[in-house]
Design a protein. Structure first.
Lengths: 453, 439
């Protein structure tokens, strides 16, 4: 990089990446839990994609039944610590809280869930569920992200022999590698992995299906396979200068930040993030918190069309991120290193076939933003190469695996899938739900006697 | 301008708010500080026999995060010698001539002892005497406090010993730990008392520690019953107050006590017949400063109602107290839910469905739950409106026109006249005639 932002004192990094939402103390958790109305058939529960019985787990916090509270949460969700810290609660459970309609502050459900689960881990994870005896059947899980973990936990308790194959050295998928450190640290995700392992799940890391083990061998070895492989690389911007030093993918950048070796992650003095989704905001705020002087988000449509949540937008603005809306990158300028980005001003046109208004360039509106680093955050592509190598599964136009919506079974009856690889990229909580539901699908499939109907 | 001044059995104060005889009114320092902040009077913490307290004296009952919803204590009467108290009482009264200084007394049950303490107390220049017949712990085991209040004969005897020498008003403070509060009140009246104070604290054990199995408060591993006070006891106090206030055999001014925390509580006591009100737990929780809001809130309320003196409202709600047999059986009210205000917590549904009369339907509309009262089945019990967290969302609406009024007593009389027995069948016929279906 041409101009690397100077490194910060160690305590400044820790301050910058401190919890956005600090934990409750015991008293404050009980006070907040007592504020909950204990609604019946509550709207928050319906709004949670995993349908956690929220008012019940909160009631249990108020009575001091913290183990019971954790159990209520785990009955619906196997990665509740990650969900508590990374879920967009304002648009899910807390957004549905009846207090909103009452004109009052919603219950802090995310923080209460964190309180219950952190207490559970502090108490060294006493067993909450009885494992059924082994049924002699085996399931292979590809990927140890939230979908894979949820599926593994559920199947393992049902008595299946479960093996997870994880390509990375450190497991947890995006829970470990993709969540901004001021929301959640890596160790939290690893605790959730440990819990699932404690059910007897065999976790094999640094195993790449298709390389370390062939797809054929995988299918032969197990009675069923679950694919929770997530997504792949950021797509190319397809503009000149993209190969200059200083152009990085958002996921690669965030993954580096998640090593928590702050000093080793170089950021430019000026950074441009291309795209305005939630990942873009993460990348931009992380760059800023690593010491970048100027961070810009460049998006070709307006703030109305951007997919970042309001609270993420607010966070970015608070961090001093400058938004260039209706701006499209034209080319990256520089000799060996990135020196700037030339952009075009845009205006909004007619809606496209998805209903999003198209952005149309304004001729002659070119301008240059001098930057040292460019982070590409315009979404992720599916792992189409890998997925096409799997026999008899079908992909949709976007490259997502097509599954039955209730059983999560693919076209290949022994293969099931869930998480980002079937939805193109949603929340952790959606993946957790898919994994759990797929486990039921797998159990249903494997419970049919061979040769029977 | 409104006038908050009161006269309770000849004891006058610029407002009805007195400190109750308790830890807050233990010393000249405390009582003078309270007067500075606006308290109208004080009942000096009970003086009398030598006592020694234990260190841990209070236990709090918290509820849903609210601290000290109830407070229990095992503190005894003043643990300072009589001489010091009497000296401080005299000094305080001299400094604050316009405030009511009442002195609470408790000595052994000997006529001479009572005569002596009463005379010495009057010498301080105080405005009145309150006889502590209520203390339920520590003193009662020694034949004082509640041990007196629970036996009308003792109550009468000792009160007579006091009234026969007293030249100032005598209030008798009653214990609620009796089955009929009117009996000791009548005994006090018969003995010449000038007024009644009630209630003293209620016998209680505040709780058990689930780790150590010890009681709270815990004195070196031991505990026992203590006196219960605070907001939680207010409804009991209001009832006992009303029982004494409506008793024509008593007919004495009353100083109301029991869970009064603010001007609203105070007004309820006054509406049920209290002349002054005494406060303890609320000041123990927040300090003397709460009196500012009590005075201001009560004044503002009176002004808004066009009331200029508390005499205009004292006992005004007593005429509403009646027997169940005189309540109108055909005064039909039902619950109505304002769908625009509903926040879909469904608490009304589950309360009615599980514990009342299963007359709220839970359905789904536009992705939201919808709760609706089946009006023909609603018995108007009001539980749903009580659990509803939204103001004025569920209202209890009267649906009869009042023309068919009938009380239980009238119905029995009607049956008797027409030669009918009070049987389930005859009752069902009456209900059916008036469109009431019990299912």
């Amino acid at each position: 990089m041409k101009n690397i932002a100077p490194k910060l004192p160690a305590e400044q990094y820790e301050k910058n990446f401190m919890d956005l939402h600090p934990p409750f103390t015991n008293n404050s958790a009980v006070a907040e839990a007592n504020r909950c109305l204990y609604c019946y058939d509550s709207p928050c529960m319906k709004a949670c994609p995993t349908h956690i019985d929220i008012s019940t787990f909160i009631k249990k916090i108020s009575t001091g039944n913290l183990l019971g509270s954790a159990k209520t949460i785990y009955e619906s969700n196997w990665v509740p610590l990650t969900c508590a810290k990374a879920c967009p609660v304002a648009v899910l459970c807390e957004g549905a809280c009846v207090f909103n309609a009452k004109g009052e502050r919603p219950i802090e459900i995310g923080r209460l869930q964190r309180f219950a689960i952190e207490n559970y881990f502090e108490k060294d994870m006493p067993a909450l569920f009885q494992k059924l005896p082994k049924n002699g059947k085996s399931v292979g899980i590809v990927g140890s992200g939230p979908a894979g973990l949820a599926c593994s936990a559920e199947l393992s308790l049902m008595g299946y022999e479960v093996t997870i194959y994880e390509a990375n050295k450190i497991p947890g998928g995006l829970n470990t590698w993709g969540i901004a450190p001021y929301k959640m640290r890596r160790e939290d995700s690893l605790k959730e992995v440990e819990l699932v392992k404690s059910f007897g799940v065999d976790l094999k890391t640094e195993v790449m299906i298709g390389k370390t083990i062939t797809v054929d061998d995988l299918l032969k070895k197990h009675d069923a396979v679950f694919l929770g492989v997530g997504l792949g690389e950021s797509p190319q911007l397809s503009i000149p200068g993209e190969d200059l030093t200083g152009v990085v993918g958002a996921l690669d950048f965030i993954e580096k930040v998640k090593t928590e070796n702050w000093e080793d992650v170089h950021v430019g003095k000026s950074v441009a993030v291309i795209g305005a989704g939630n990942t873009s905001i993460d990348a931009a705020t992380e760059a800023k918190r690593l010491g970048a002087d100027h961070v810009y988000i460049i998006y070709r449509r307006s703030d109305i069309e951007m997919s970042a949540y309001d609270f993420e937008y607010e966070l970015a603005k608070k961090d001093g991120i400058v938004f260039h809306f209706l701006t499209s990158p034209k080319r990256i300028i520089g000799k060996d290193f990135v020196e700037g980005i030339e952009c075009l001003k845009m205006k909004l046109g007619e809606p496209d076939n998805r209903g999003k208004r198209k952005s149309v360039p304004i001729p002659g509106s070119e301008f240059i933003i001098p930057v040292d680093m460019i982070i590409k955050a315009i979404g992720q592509e599916t792992k189409s190469n890998f997925l096409s190598s799997i026999p008899k599964i079908t992909l949709d136009d976007e490259g997502c695996v097509i599954v039955d919506p209730t059983t999560y079974q693919t076209n290949n009856p022994t293969i099931f899938a869930g998480g980002d690889c079937i939805n193109g990229g949603k929340e952790v909580v959606n993946a957790a739900y898919d994994g759990k539901r797929a486990a039921y699908g797998i159990d249903k499939f494997l419970s049919i006697p061979k040769g029977g109907k | 301008m409104v006038d908050l001044s009161i006269n309770c059995a000849g004891i006058k104060s610029p407002n009805p708010f007195w400190l109750a005889s308790a830890p807050p009114s233990n010393s000249a320092y405390q009582n003078c500080k309270a007067f500075e902040q606006g308290w109208g009077g004080t009942v000096w913490k009970t003086i009398g026999e030598p006592v020694m307290n234990v260190f841990n004296r209070y236990g709090g009952l918290d509820y849903n995060g609210q601290k000290i919803f109830g407070l229990n204590n095992i503190e005894l009467i003043s643990d300072r010698p009589i001489e010091i108290n009497l000296k401080e009482i005299a000094e305080t009264k001299k400094l604050w001539p316009d405030r009511a200084v009442v002195v609470s007394l408790m000595v052994e049950s000997k006529r001479e002892t009572w005569h002596e303490i009463v005379k010495r107390t009057i010498d301080t220049g105080c405005d009145g005497i309150e006889l502590n017949y209520g203390c339920p712990h520590g003193m009662s085991e020694r034949g004082m406090g509640a041990a007196v209040g629970q036996v009308p004969e003792y109550c009468k005897m000792i009160t007579e010993w006091v009234t026969e020498v007293s030249t100032i008003p005598v209030l008798v403070k009653l214990t609620p730990n009796v089955s009929n509060i009117q009996l000791p009140a009548r005994a006090a009246k018969a003995a010449g008392a000038h007024g009644i104070s009630l209630i003293n604290t209620i016998n209680s054990i505040i709780g058990v520690n689930l780790d150590t199995f010890e009681l709270r408060p815990n004195v070196g591993g031991l505990g026992g019953h203590g006196g219960y006070a605070g907001p939680a006891v207010k409804p009991i106090a209001l009832h006992l107050l009303s029982q004494v206030a409506i008793d024509t055999e008593v007919n004495l001014p009353i100083s109301g006590i029991g869970g009064i925390s603010n001007w609203r509580d105070a007004l309820e006591f006054i509406l049920l017949g209290a002349s002054s009100v005494q406060v303890c737990t609320a000041v123990m929780h927040y300090g003397f400063r709460i009196v500012e809001d009590m005075i201001e809130g009560m004044s503002n309320w009176m002004e808004s109602k066009g009331i200029t003196s508390l005499d205009q409202i004292r006992g005004k709600s007593l005429s509403r107290i009646n027997d169940f047999g005189n309540f109108d059986l055909l005064n039909k009210t039902i619950a109505r839910i304002d769908q625009k205000k509903c926040i879909h917590c469904n608490l009304c549904y589950i309360a009615c469905e599980d514990t009342a009369h299963q007359c709220i339907d839970l359905t789904e509309e536009n992705g939201n739950s919808k709760t609706e009262v089946r009006e023909k089945d609603c018995v108007g019990c009001a539980l749903c409106s009580l659990v509803c967290p939204v103001e004025n969302c569920i209202s209890m609406v009267r649906i009869d026109d009042g023309s068919a009024s009938k009380t239980w007593n009238q119905l029995n009389e009607e049956f008797r006249k027409s030669g009918k027995q009070m049987t389930w069948e005859n009752l069902a016929e009456f209900q059916h005639k008036h469109g009431i279906e019990i299912h």
